[in-house]
Design a protein around this ligand. Sequence first.
Ligand code: ARG
Ligand code: ZN
Length: 864
Amino acid sequence: MSMQPSTIYLADYRPPNFSVSHVELDFDIHPTQTRVVSTMTMKRHPQGEAIIVLNGFELTLIAIELNGRELLAGEYHRDEESLSIPCDEFDVTVRVITEINPLDNKALEGLYRSASMFCTQCEAEGFRRISYFPDRPDVLATYRVRIEADKAECPVLLSNGNLELSGELDNQRHFSVWYDPFPKPSYLFALVAGDLSAQSDVFVTASGREVALHLYVEAKDLDKCDFALEALKRSMIWDEEKYGREYDLDLFNIVAVDDFNMGAMENKSLNIFNSSCVLAKPETTTDQAFQRIEGIVAHEYFHNWSGNRVTCRDWFQLSLKEGFTVYRDAQFSADMGSAAVKRIEDVALLRARQFAEDAGPLAHPVRPASYIEISNFYTLTVYEKGAEVVRMINTLIGDDAFRKGSDLYFDRNDGTAATIEDFIAAMAEASGRDFSAFMSWYSQAGTPEVHVTERWDETSGFYELAFEQRLPLAGGRENWKPLVIPIRLSLLGEAGALAIQQAGAESADNTEWVYELDQYEATVKFGPFNERPVPSLLRDFSAPVKLVDTLTDEQLRFLIARDTDAYVRWDSSQKLLLAEIERAKSDSYSLCPKLSEALAAVLADDAADPALRAYSLSLPSEALLQQGESVDPVALFTAKDRVKAAIATELQEQFRTIVAQRVSWDQYQPSAEQVGQRLLQNLALDYVVKLGECSAAEAQFASANNMTDQLAALRSLFRYADRHPMAEFISQWAEDGLVLNTAFALQASARDGATLADIQRITEHQAFDFDNPNKVRAVFGSFGSDNTPLFHAKDGSGYEYLGDMVLKIDESNPQTASRLAAPLTRWRNLAPAYSAAMKAVLERLAGCPTLSKDLYEVVSKSLL
Ligand code: ARG
Ligand code: ZN
């Protein structure tokens, strides 16, 4: 950056001076010199100023015309990021001719080359790297796109909408013309040109429209298409049934690309996917990856309504489409597999990573008020916390009103760029509920805490719960407004859930109740009861808060054994395990016998879902452990390892039995049943390897017929055994880039006895590539988050190393660099020795004069 980058504020939003109703785009594709001719039909807004503002970045301008007349240099103004033309007319045609160099584009925004194909990524602000355009989501136009390219190099030419025309040209070139009838913002534009093969299918919509489905991949990947296509069809039916949303064109394309900054992109009728988020077959793809793929295919498809038909007015509204769409894909995944398991997985992610974000220097509300670089705001807060906010709306108004509100939102805002207020207005109208107090969820950053205390009066039988909400990030009450927090609760007695009777109420027939805490403090009185209830609180994780309770270990064990809510059972075991890890910081630690008994009972409970049993015996992630003040990551890592070893020893017979009685299927399916069983078996295997018993894992590694079992065996051996088959694994899968990425990630994660040189060596493998975000994330992402001993090395060498790598990657790919920098931003939470070493690295980065906007924002805000 030559200048200090500027901050954009939500409060400064103004509609554009000129809108674009239609654009004709003409691409003449050559690897280093692609010519783009854009002809825009523009109209001045009645209140708009007499100046046309176009965004553009790193473009070679060839010519610009206004109403057919070429403009001279003095007739427009151009700087690094924009081009403006004074113009007092109301209806104009602007034509811009630019040249770009896709081959040199390593930022992977705009038009770039990935392997042998050309492809685009325009969200959020990539279109401005293709042509001068009002590159903002509130400018909606229809697009006609002509693509011309070498026929041998690019036999397949794709863009949004329907194919209108195609044909042959001289010089071995050919062309095709696409027209998209749905007005869209530039961020949904897409183009793909390359040597691709397709697997195809057909979907018939509820109203009988036949939709051709194509998944385009490199020829070598044709055997990895079935699962995503099936997932797509499941998503299409589900959205019709659950939300009444039908697909609206005759064609739906997905393209898999290897070089992609994010997971996938919902471009109208031409979704582009990171190949790791779409390609799958049992031999190369783990259960978790299958489930992730199903969720992402659904997510991008669901955007066709929540994002495309109704889009966002400005990027501050990002959660309008992302929060809602993540909520929709979570509901879909819950319906496809086990709802309880999906919920626990989502909560674990939110608590480990979103809570950390909310407590760190880049904390921001679900709707941020300002940003320097919008790419930095594709965050867990905007996506996952945003989805939790939508879930709470559903909880508060019920399923029927929620569906009505969703229908109203789509009807009323179809074809427009909306705001979060538009969404809430529809929900309010459909339910008759006032959402004004609820809106603070969108504007207040930080994770709220709910402190609960119980009071039991033995003689009267009355039982009280006193709640208090706090927002530590904001400080005193004068700085923040109380949130509306739905707390789903039950009161459990010896014989099961008690009928919830509020003191003084006539009758009680429900055993579960959603209490709405909407004050700083409130007390609820229940009873009379003839036994003291055990409270089951925040069931199904009904709000994205930290519940701080005073439950005793005995009450927690009771919940583990007796509650019917899977989340509360799991959460109670996590609470006990967290406390156990704290205790294990002491050298004289030994496993609490009562905890051991409780875990043994969970493990032995054959009636329970194996996945839930596995999660209850999984130790909390590093990201969760490292939250709090003055954290010593290495001490926690060591303590966690001790707890793991102790559980392995105490429950060894049970683990050995599970391993010995391992079930396997000839017909692999990523079904809830099989996935759960493998999860439990591989958890048991991991504990057994931790004990030093390697033969079962070695056998499983060699004989597994699926990647889940093979990788699980490798992971346990790699972590804990002296001998491990990593080299065999890498040579077995030398031809499969996606599998190699998982090997790189595992190599970069913590291993007994490893050194920094081992990490550096991964990048010397011939398949490693600094320009490929998946590979870079595999190594440096897992180094920063899954390798506590080396990343947090006392001498600061781990921080230095990640800092160097981030700087190197920032030169070519700022988006990826700034994401990889996240682990370096947490210095304030660390104990002094770590903290000083990490801060020194951040200061070094901050002093670097060439930082991208993306990295500048992360580094500078971390040091504030
Ligand atoms: N809208 C995409 C999704 O949620 C994410 C694309 C964001 N890309 C980016 N480079 N910021 O599926
Ligand atoms: Zn999305």
